[in-house]
Write a protein that binds this ligand. Structure first.
Ligand SMILES: [Zn+2]
Ligand SMILES: [Zn+2]
Length: 451
């Protein structure tokens, strides 16, 4: 029997990978416009990182991790999420010494959780996300959430709303925990099995239980238990999001499943997904760097699943995106001209064209069938009488028109394309600098200080 992929893990095949690439490109471009730089951390970390960072009592650490001993007997774990590794790297490389706040992103980063596979939930799944380390201000929360909203908007996801909550910090959460325990303890018998187990260890998690929704509706809201500082932070995040024009829905039942969260937690939900189906989610984790042995460093971030996002996009790709068609198929009219065909394809690629050369010794008719199946725009025929005369024959595979021209003229056109490729892209900042210079000129000499 042939070998098959592990359960809960998917192949991304050539017909699909372009969709992933487009989404990744939109995220990468946007994150960099916001000043984020990419971080890549190992897929495998010390198990202790997740036990200490994500929290030993969470579902993720308790029952969903791929943990194994390496040949030297060290306990390693395939990362179940991205934040712990990013903060571990921040601490390990003393990135607090860099000018901050430090803004990090990752995209299409594989994560692993041993869960029952179902639609949109794989054991190996891919996340995009951002982390900001070194700023506690509500403005960071608003900007991070705003980035998520803009990302979905640029992809063409409609009807996005932000669900927002605060789960307090170490000064007010213990009190809230007690309030929750007072509420839930008498109801213990009515709770689902998971919640009975969670009750003493992590009563916050009972609020987002899918089974015990009615009980959660009667629980005391966290807002009432926030200390003055947490309440003020929450209000400021709401105010700033309002100023950015972001629609916010307060959700007092929103808690996140990982222990490191403090204060702000949020989810971006599309009404296309129905209830409880976040496209991306995140929150603040102001104590995490310290918990991992680093300097006290506030942090905030979000992550989202690529699979779920792709499933949500109309056509499975960003708005208006199509798979890029290849440009030129270099067809071989005479087998003896293969060296010239290879060279012609190289020349086309140097000019920036997507070009393929016949490699499998097919008949011309079979070559053309392949070229049209792969949706090439044009064919260049190498060999034959015209080629022998120093001409190139081009065929338009969309319209069927065909003509020969001196190869020198083709070369001139390719040289122009190559030169255009080499020219640097116009920098948008240049436009603003010209504006500045013009305004400075209007104010007269001696006003500017442009040293
Ligand atoms: Zn429950
Ligand atoms: Zn507080």
């Amino acid at each position: 029997m042939s070998i098959q992929k592990p359960r809960g893990m998917e192949d991304v095949l050539p017909g699909e990978s372009w969709r992933w690439q487009r989404v990744e490109a939109v995220f990468r471009d946007l994150a960099e416009r916001y000043g984020y730089r990419e971080i890549r951390t190992p897929l495998v970390e010390a198990t202790e990182l997740f036990e200490r960072g994500v929290g030993g009592g969470t579902d993720v650490v308790e029952k969903e991790m791929y943990t194994f001993l390496d040949p030297a007997g060290r306990s390693l774990t395939l990362r179940p999420e991205g934040t712990a590794g990013a903060v571990r790297a921040f601490v390990e490389h003393h990135l607090d010494q860099e000018p901050g706040p430090l803004k990090l992103y990752y995209v299409a980063a594989p994560m692993f959780r041993y869960e029952r596979p179902q639609a949109g939930r794989q054991r190996q799944f891919y996340q995009f996300g951002v982390e900001v380390l070194g700023a506690a201000e509500a403005a960071v929360d608003a900007e991070v959430i705003g980035l998520g909203v803009r990302f979905l908007r640029e992809l063409g996801v409609e009807g996005v709303r932000v669900e927002l909550n605060s789960i307090g910090d170490e000064s007010c959460r213990p009190r809230y925990r007690e309030a929750l325990l007072d509420y839930y303890r008498p109801l213990r018998g009515q709770l689902c099995e998971d919640c009975r187990r969670r009750l003493e260890r992590n009563p916050l998690r009972l609020l987002d239980c899918k089974v015990d929704r009615e009980l959660a509706a009667g629980a005391p809201p966290v807002r009432d238990a926030l200390c003055a500082a947490c309440a003020a932070h929450y209000e400021e995040v709401r105010r700033l999001l309002g100023a950015l024009g972001v629609e916010v829905v307060e959700n007092p039942r929103l808690v996140r499943g990982l222990d490191y969260y403090t204060r702000t937690v949020f989810e971006l939900v599309s009404d296309r997904l129905g209830a409880q189906n976040a496209v991306l989610s995140g929150g603040r984790y102001d104590r995490l760097a310290e918990q991992l042995g680093g300097p006290p460093t506030p942090g905030i971030g979000f992550a989202g699943g690529m699979e779920r996002l792709l499933a949500l996009l109309p056509g499975g790709a960003p708005r208006g995106a199509e798979e890029e068609r290849p440009d030129v198929f270099v067809a071989l009219v005479e087998p003896g001209r293969v060296a010239e065909a290879l060279a012609a394809a190289e020349r086309l690629r140097a000019a920036g064209l997507r070009a393929e050369c016949e490699l499998s010794g097919r008949s011309l008719r079979a070559q053309m069938r392949y070229a049209s199946k792969r949706r090439f725009r044009l064919a260049l025929l190498v060999g034959g009488e015209e080629w022998a005369r120093g001409e190139a024959t081009l065929r338009d595979l969309d319209g069927g028109r065909q003509a020969s021209l001196p190869r020198g003229r083709l070369e001139e056109a390719l040289a122009r394309l190559e030169a255009r490729r080499a020219r640097p892209r116009a920098a948008p900042a240049g436009e603003l600098r010209r504006l500045l210079a013009a305004a400075d000129g209007e104010r007269g000499e001696g006003d500017g200080d442009d040293s």
